[in-house]
Design a protein around this ligand. Structure first.
Ligand code: HEM
Length: 421
């Protein structure tokens, strides 16, 4: 693939507004003021999340017709939604048809056992050794090294889109080109404007790439995630263990490439956006890099890239004073929960010096983000490299001012044009 074709691919796949249209959710204006007002009136409101900001309920916004909805806005309510799996479970992913055969959509023992086969490889120790040393450090060197003789770059397209996709696909054992083809296939398979046949064709093409790599690793294991999944054993009912099926391995890959490639991309951009718009905090981080982990956590609190997730009520359950009937769908609004004024002072302010308190940016409970430590290593690596090499980094005044945009459920910046020297 030529450099130009590759650049076009990244531009197309990592355009936040295109992404919103492709998912069927549509571009939504800043929802935070409306969410703050709703929270001031109560922690839980009946209706889907889209109904409160005047958006059309659409499948892309976690909406499936025919269900009763409740949207949850407080920190306590959202945390309870994530941490009470006996009341609220992940059947919501099953009914929406997204990643149904993966840990995201499973519950209880089945979820824990499948997650356990790979969890250790995503723990902090593995993130800061295997992932950082084998995958992330080299990619950061290559990608940031490309800027050596450049004065103006769009960091969204040239760094933030590329690093997470390449981290997860190369970590899994896919080549750069296979990784790009694979993500393109998954996005096409989730494109709500496409016909069911087109979506099926795209998914089959993506699966073919995976099947090829999985079969190769079955023959000859390598030091990568797919080989680990191939070697893993899953407990069977009763006694004994069995290897994962091809479908279970492929499901992990699909989920992690989607979850890992699409989230860290946006959060990297949000972090840079927040720091460059708060020069005093940027200078503090430049001078004292031990502040960088705090800046990354604050960015995830202040503007979590995917601010809404769904759960389904398994039985009639009370949540923050509201009765939720069995079978209803909860829209857990992480964005609002992370701005709950009962937990954070001046919650709308990006402030890396505020006392650290856990937010729900990476969820909580059994489904809390499996890749959060890998994401953190990517963000640390990218930001440290940028600040080491380009201490004078600033917005490019000849380009439109960067802005945060996207849908109600997936938000981040558009182009991030900076001057480097
Ligand atoms: C800043 C970046 C990221 C954010 C904010 C984020 C956020 C989240 C959230 C909120 C969930 C919970 C979903 C739910 O309960 O329905 C989740 C789950 C998950 N994330 Fe992330 N994520 C990020 C990066 C990553 C990366 C880099 C990977 C992989 C390398 C990853 C893999 C996963 C997986 C596999 C799950 C499902 C876990 C389960 O169901 O048990 N994420 N993530």
């Amino acid at each position: 693939m030529t450099e130009l074709a590759e650049a076009r691919d990244y531009d197309d796949m990592f355009d936040i507004e295109e992404d919103a249209l492709r998912s069927g959710a549509g571009v939504a204006s800043d929802p935070y003021p409306a969410w703050a007002e709703l929270l001031s009136r109560g922690p839980v409101h009946e209706g889907p999340i889209s109904g409160f900001t005047g958006e059309e309920p659409s499948r892309g916004n976690l909406y499936i017709p025919g269900y009763q909805y409740f949207s949850v806005f407080s920190f306590a309510g959202v945390s309870a939604g994530f941490t009470r799996p006996d009341d609220f479970n992940s059947q919501s992913h099953q009914v929406s048809g997204s990643f149904t055969d993966t840990i995201l959509a499973l519950d209880g023992l089945q979820h824990r056992q499948l997650r356990d086969v790979i969890q250790e490889h995503f723990q902090p120790a593995a993130a800061s050794s295997w992932w950082r040393e084998k995958i992330i450090a080299g990619l950061v060197d290559e990608l940031v090294g490309n800027f050596e003789n450049q004065q103006q770059v769009d960091l969204n397209a040239q760094l933030f889109a590329r690093l997470p996709l390449r981290t997860v696909t190369e970590g899994f054992g896919l080549s750069h080109e296979e990784g790009l083809d694979f993500r393109r296939g998954i996005l096409a398979a989730m494109n709500y404007a496409a016909t069911p046949e087109q979506r099926m064709q795209a998914m089959n093409a993506a699966n073919e790439i995976l099947d090829r790599v999985i079969r190769a690793r079955m023959e000859q294991p390598q030091d990568d995630v797919i080989s680990r999944l191939v070697a893993a054993k899953l407990p069977e009912e009763g006694e004994g263990t069995r290897p994962l099926t091809l479908n279970e391995i492929a499901g992990f890959c699909r989920l992690i490439v989607f979850a890992g490639g699409g989230t860290t991309w946006k959060q990297l951009g949000i972090t840079l956006f927040a720091l460059l718009n708060n020069r005093d905090q940027l200078e503090a981080v430049m001078a004292d890099r031990t502040l960088l982990p705090k800046a990354i956590l604050e960015s995830a609190r202040w503007y979590p890239n995917d601010p809404v997730f769904a759960r389904m009520a398994k039985r009639d359950a009370e949540l923050e004073g509201t009765m939720i009937p069995a079978g209803s769908i909860l829209h857990l609004c992480l964005g609002s929960a992370n701005h709950d004024p009962s937990r954070w002072e001046e919650p709308d302010k990006f402030d890396i010096f505020r006392p650290v308190q856990r937010s729900v940016a990476f969820a909580a409970g059994p489904h809390s983000c499996l890749g959060q430590h890998v994401a953190r290593e990517e963000m640390l690596g990218a930001m440290n490299a940028l600040f080491d090499r380009f201490p004078n980094i600033r917005w490019d005044p000849s380009k439109p001012a960067p802005k945060l945009s996207g849908s109600l459920i997936s938000r981040g910046p558009g182009p991030l044009h900076v001057l480097l020297n």
